[in-house]
Design a protein around this ligand. Structure first.
Ligand code: HEM
Length: 182
């Protein structure tokens, strides 16, 4: 994944736990003490190693870290650094989720090695938003929960996000439901 993802993980850990704990996580993951380059594509194994090391070092389950990172990404990184771009992709939550693939396609113009996820959204008659998430990568569903929760805050809706069905194989989607408050 591109360095800006790894940098954002570093930013979250440093903000929540302090620079010393970040150094311990970095060392445990076997990474050199040098800054991530945002626009450089790193091997995915580095990102997974980082999450595994953070989980062990901080005593927090990897799933909880990924969910927190998803929230951090939408609420802080994407909102702060790409706010103008995000506004172009939808005025409502379902419209925005439906345009996530187009948004990542725009991102890929600047980051040609991008391997983006794919999202589809349907609004059920009972108002529940059903989101399908497809990825070549494994284990990121908890991060998507956090990303969707963050988007609910950005769009000022009070949906509850849950993973309704985890994929059984890599060619299937994970399915999430966003339930409006009763
Ligand atoms: C404008 C803001 C955004 C930028 C610049 C961006 C960029 C990226 C980048 C660089 C990656 C790593 C993939 C790679 O390097 O191959 C990525 C992955 C991902 N992005 Fe975005 N993204 C943005 C917003 C979002 C939003 C709002 C969502 C909300 C659902 C999202 C969902 C994901 C997911 C789930 C992945 C993990 C990749 C996978 O599942 O295989 N992104 N994005």
């Amino acid at each position: 994944m591109y360095g800006l993802i790894n940098r954002s993980i570093e930013g979250l850990i440093t903000a929540r736990y302090g620079a010393d704990r970040w150094q311990a996580v970095r060392a445990r993951a076997g990474l050199a003490d040098e800054p991530f380059v945002s626009m450089r594509s790193y091997d995915d194994s580095l990102t997974y190693a980082l999450v595994g090391a953070a989980s062990a070092e901080l005593g927090v389950p990897a799933e909880a870290l990924l969910e927190a990172f998803g929230q951090h990404w939408t609420l802080h990184v994407a909102h702060a650094s790409y706010g103008d771009m995000l506004r172009h992709y939808g005025e409502t939550l379902p419209e925005f989720i439906g345009n996530l693939d187009a948004m990542h396609t725009q991102v890929a113009a600047a980051m040609p090695a991008l391997v983006p996820p794919s999202f589809r959204v349907n609004e059920r008659e009972d108002g529940v938003l059903v989101v399908e998430y497809r990825s070549t990568r494994a284990g990121l569903a908890p991060m998507v929960v956090g990303l969707l929760q963050g988007l609910c805050v950005v769009f000022q809706t009070d949906h509850t996000v849950r993973l309704a069905r985890a994929r059984a194989s890599p060619d299937e989607p994970d399915i999430f439901e966003l339930h409006p408050a009763a």
